[in-house]
Design a protein around this ligand. Structure first.
Ligand code: FAD
Length: 192
């Protein structure tokens, strides 16, 4: 390697001619996005979210296939292993309950990623249990408020796609969801 050429890109990520700059170097380090390892999920017939690349799950990390629970980077690529451990405990506990014969309510209410929200996980909830929503935004923004319908909201000084955001919702707040609701929009409201 003798150098790299960088350039500005347009909205379709295509290089803009005339904006090229050459940088002499002998090493290039790439910082790239990861995707869930979904080979086993696909083999098991688990329905995958095209955005996360991992299974659609509910708050118990239950997939569409009875008895298959998912947690960690197979569901969504986490920033920190602490969150992976937490999600894995949730999935493991639910799997143990299933193995003992308990059948959990399936998620009936889906989250629809709205303004500047790329994805929400879990993608659906039963509404009966406390839930922590994990999300990533599409674009960096400062001083935002993330709203989950009229059920919950949280302010952030700044958000960016590389940093997962978390929002805890208690089962008490979830009682605000009107009966028959099947979809709740999650939006990141900016300053405008
Ligand atoms: C370069 C890098 C640096 C990181 N640094 C940090 C850090 O400093 N601090 C931090 O908190 N987090 C860090 N993370 C994030 C953290 O490592 C991950 O979030 C965490 O390891 C995910 O755990 P997991 O068990 O879900 O998945 P993994 O750790 O990826 O485990 C999945 C396992 O499943 C196995 N597997 C996959 N497919 C199959 C199959 N078909 N059959 C059998 N086995 C299979 C894989 O071999 C692997 O052992 C880093 C991640 C990366 C990539």
């Amino acid at each position: 390697m003798e150098g790299v050429t960088i350039s500005r890109i347009d909205k379709t990520w295509a290089p803009i001619p005339g904006t090229e700059t050459n940088i002499d170097c002998d090493t290039l380090l790439l910082s790239v996005g990861l995707i869930p390892e979904n080979e086993l999920s696909q083999m098991a017939g688990v329905r995958l979210d095209p955005v996360t690349g991992g299974p659609f799950v509910d708050e118990n990390r239950q997939t569409n296939v009875p008895g298959i629970f998912a947690g960690g980077n197979v569901v969504q690529v986490h920033d920190f292993v602490d969150n992976v451990s937490w999600e894995a405990e949730l999935a493991g506990e639910a799997a143990a309950r299933f193995a003992k014969g308990e059948r959990m309510a399936e998620g009936q209410v889906s989250f629809k990623p709205g303004r500047n929200i790329r994805y929400v996980a879990p993608q659906k909830i039963s509404g009966e249990n406390d839930v922590t929503l994990y999300m990533r935004v599409r674009e960096p923004e400062e001083k935002v408020q993330v709203k989950v319908g009229d059920v919950a909201s949280k302010k952030f000084m700044g958000v960016k796609p590389s940093e997962m955001i978390k929002l805890d919702i208690s089962s008490d707040k979830l009682k605000k969801i009107k009966e028959g609701t099947t979809e709740i929009s999650v939006d990141c409201h900016g300053k405008e």
